[in-house]
Design a binder for this molecule. Structure first.
Ligand code: PLP
Length: 348
């Protein structure tokens, strides 16, 4: 149970989440599911899926059976797919669950046919990423005959790269596959794939990042709203003299008298040391640059003459595309690293 007096919080915008989901669907001209693996990319899979299901989302994707179990029953009869499929160790959980496995290997196909005959499943086919999935040859060999396939899917490797030739190659392979293998539905695109437009829609898309305010592709810039904002409480304010240093390694030296606020936020909260030299917190309209290194649980910012005191809250800049550029971290890493110490506060 997260105490509601936690000294740091994520402010989460449910309307933005739903608007981003609708934008992805409209852009690909296809119904949109939602990837909610890794606890909804760090924002909280339960609250995310509840809001998206209420908006009409009927297909959710997690990585593992433990995640499926943690999510529990979804409202409105929405379906849940487990992307990593069924290992032998997963079969008991899979048989007890209403979620569908995404079968990735010939062994998984054989296992599902033998141990869950007639039960619906999804299937992943590899069209060029060489991550999970059956080969095209296996998928078209008759191996899948007799399965009740709901979603036949593949995954794009380079959809975030404008005009990468692999996108069209994968799309063409998937079109060929979908003509050859019967399934109830077909799905190719993640967030960046949805940005490639209706040719990549195939009847169902599986966005993750874009739902949570990430910009997966230049086409999304200006259309996607930020969903998560960080607010951290000031634990202490200190006055520095010229020559004073701040933090581990004494990497910051005040050149003139300064005021710094020590915020309850650190790399254990996903605010990694890569923000040193780049991070900014806001005291109202005033930008307060991060000074020194980020500690495990604490960060110092220069508040200048801002009218704030101990116990006040600062908004920490966490615009995903900007933060990714500044730190070299991916937008995915920025979201999924957020950790468990935030109070997650939805604004609706
Ligand atoms: C994670 C994942 C997605 C969502 O990807 P985003 O890039 O976050 O949109 C879709 N499909 C599969 C198979 C995934 O693993």
């Amino acid at each position: 149970m997260i105490p509601n007096d936690a000294p740091l919080r994520l402010i989460l915008d449910g309307a933005a989440l739903v608007a981003n989901w609708r934008w992805a669907s409209a852009t690909a001209a296809a119904p949109a599911g939602a990837a909610v693996k890794a606890d909804g990319y760090g924002l909280g899979a339960h609250e995310v899926s509840r809001r998206l299901a209420a908006a009409g989302c009927r297909d959710f994707f997690v990585a593992t059976w433990a995640e499926a179990d943690a999510l529990g029953a979804l409202p409105f009869g929405a379906g849940l797919s487990v992307l990593h499929g069924v290992r032998e160790e997963d079969m008991a959980a899979a048989l007890a669950s209403t979620a569908r496995p995404v079968l990735n290997t010939p062994t998984m196909v054989a296992r599902w046919k033998a141990e869950a005959p007639g039960r619906p499943c999804d299937v992943m086919v590899d069209t060029g990423m060489n991550r999970l999935g059956l080969s095209l040859a296996d998928a078209m060999s008759g191996l899948l005959d007799g399965l009740e396939i709901d979603v036949l899917m593949s995954h794009l490797a380079c959809a975030d790269e404008v005009d990468h030739p692999l996108n069209e190659r994968q799309r063409a392979s998937f079109a060929e596959l979908s003509a050859a293998v019967p399934a109830r539905r077909y799905s190719l695109a993640n967030s960046a794939g949805a940005c490639l437009g209706p040719d990549y829609g195939f009847g169902l898309i599986r966005p993750g990042l874009v739902l949570y305010g990430g910009i997966p592709h230049p086409a999304a810039a200006g259309h996607v709203a930020q969903v998560a904002g960080i607010e951290a409480q000031i634990l202490q304010i200190r006055d520095l003299l010229a020559g004073d240093t701040v933090g581990y390694g004494a990497t910051f030296t005040a050149v003139a008298p300064a005021r710094v606020a020590i915020l309850n936020l650190g790399y254990a909260d996903g605010y990694l040391r890569a923000f040193a030299g780049h991070g900014v917190a806001w005291a109202g309209e005033r930008a307060c640059p991060l000074v020194g290194r980020v500690s495990m649980d604490l960060t110092a910012v220069d508040i200048g003459t801002a009218d704030v005191g101990e116990g006040d809250w600062l908004t920490v800049d966490y615009a995903l595309d900007r933060a990714a550029q500044a730190t070299g971290l991916s937008q995915y890493e920025l979201l999924t690293g957020l950790g468990s110490r935030y109070q997650r506060l939805w604004n609706d």
